[in-house]
Design a protein around this ligand. Structure first.
Ligand SMILES: [Zn+2]
Length: 98
């Protein structure tokens, strides 16, 4: 079991504090779902749906990029593990927790 699970409802990593899925978790997921990219995409899509509900203030495009946009595409020669693919967690707008 990974130490890099999501902390809800803010979706940060319990292991390293980065936006989830962090770099470590993404590597783990690629290994766990090796040969089953559709299953991985479905799993991440389900996480995206939950995250969208938890973080309604976050731009949908940023969440999509963070949860699904980093996946290797068919025909990609190489997947670059880089944190640049993770959208930063935006500051909470004032009043969110009021
Ligand atoms: Zn992590």
């Amino acid at each position: 079991m990974t130490d890099h699970g999501p902390v809800l409802p803010v979706w940060t990593c319990s292991g390293c504090g980065s936006p989830w899925p962090c770099l470590t978790r993404r590597r783990e997921l690629l290994a766990e779902y090796d040969g089953a990219p559709v299953s991985l995409a479905i799993y991440l899509a389900s996480r995206l749906v939950s995250a969208t509900q938890d973080m309604g203030w976050a731009p949908a495009t940023a969440l999509h990029r963070r949860f699904i946009g980093w996946l290797p595409k068919p025909g990609d020669e190489e997947f670059h593990y880089s944190d640049k693919w993770i959208a930063p967690v935006p500051d909470l707008p004032q009043g969110v927790w009021d």
